[in-house]
Design a protein. Structure first.
Length: 262
């Protein structure tokens, strides 16, 4: 079966005889793993199109057991991302998150939309790295079935006001009068509003918020803390990004327990 689609290359593993095994985040077929024969030959048209982070137009052939790349033409390479280690490591982390969180068979086009918008802003240097990281983490978690409940206090059901407290393990918030003694992280009003914006806003407004430096640092910590509570391990690309001094230690206050996808 022939498939035409556009996709971001999430990973590219070199195989023998100039071949590559690529994982694609496609426009309308979800995650696809495909063999690109001869992709590493210098004169091959698929060389740049099948590199990690390339956004390319693909012609795929799917047999019963395997999928092959018949043709690939690069449309966006994201040169600026590749030239700076902090941006490149963050983009690689986004790729690993997609492979970790997107359910098999989930074909909603919003995943590719989120990835392309985030990579474009990262490439252009329009927003702080911490803001892009927090937005991508929280929105991808939301889309893949891990949406936290930020509507009302988990104990009394009242709309949270003032400083609220967030439980990374349970994915819920508490008002000041109901906050448990342990296992929560305080959220100043601006940070809480930013989290709600990321989770509930339309795609067109997803990145349109601002926080002061300390608020952005708090948002980055709590978004990562919530993510770690769900995946239960630190992804290798995140460890490398941290080693560059870009990420503060997580704001965890308790041992994380995973929650089921909603």
């Amino acid at each position: 079966m022939q498939i035409g689609t556009k996709a971001v290359v999430l990973s590219a593993r070199n195989m023998e005889e100039h071949d590559r095994l690529v994982t694609l985040l496609t426009q309308d077929h979800g995650l696809v793993t495909a063999y690109a024969k001869g992709a590493r030959r210098q004169k091959g048209t698929m060389a740049s199109a099948t590199e990690q982070l390339s956004y390319s137009a693909f012609q795929l052939f799917r047999s019963r057991e395997k999928t092959y790349v018949d043709k690939a033409e690069a449309e966006t390479i994201f040169f600026a991302i590749r030239q700076e280690m902090d941006r490149l490591s963050l983009a690689s982390y986004f790729c690993q998150l997609c492979r970790e969180l997107i359910p098999e068979g989930d074909t909603q086009p919003g995943y590719l939309h989120l990835m392309m918008n985030t990579l474009t802003l990262l490439d252009r240097g329009k927003l702080p790295l911490g803001q892009l990281k927090a937005v991508f983490e929280l929105r991808l978690l939301t889309m893949s079935g891990y949406m936290p409940d930020l509507v009302a206090c988990a104990a009394c059901g009242s709309p949270p006001e003032g400083e609220v407290h967030f439980s990374p393990a349970a994915g819920v918030v508490y008002c000041g009068g109901c906050t448990p003694r342990t296992g929560t992280v305080p959220l100043p009003p601006g940070v809480f509003a930013a989290m709600r914006h990321i989770i509930y806003s339309e795609f067109g407004r997803l990145f349109s918020f601002r926080l002061p430096e300390d608020g952005l640092a708090r948002l980055e910590r709590v978004s990562e803390d919530y993510l770690l509570a769900q995946v239960e391990r630190v992804l290798p690309a995140l460890s490398f990004y941290r080693s560059l001094g870009q990420v503060p230690s997580p704001a965890a206050t308790t041992t994380h327990q995973p929650i089921n996808r909603g």
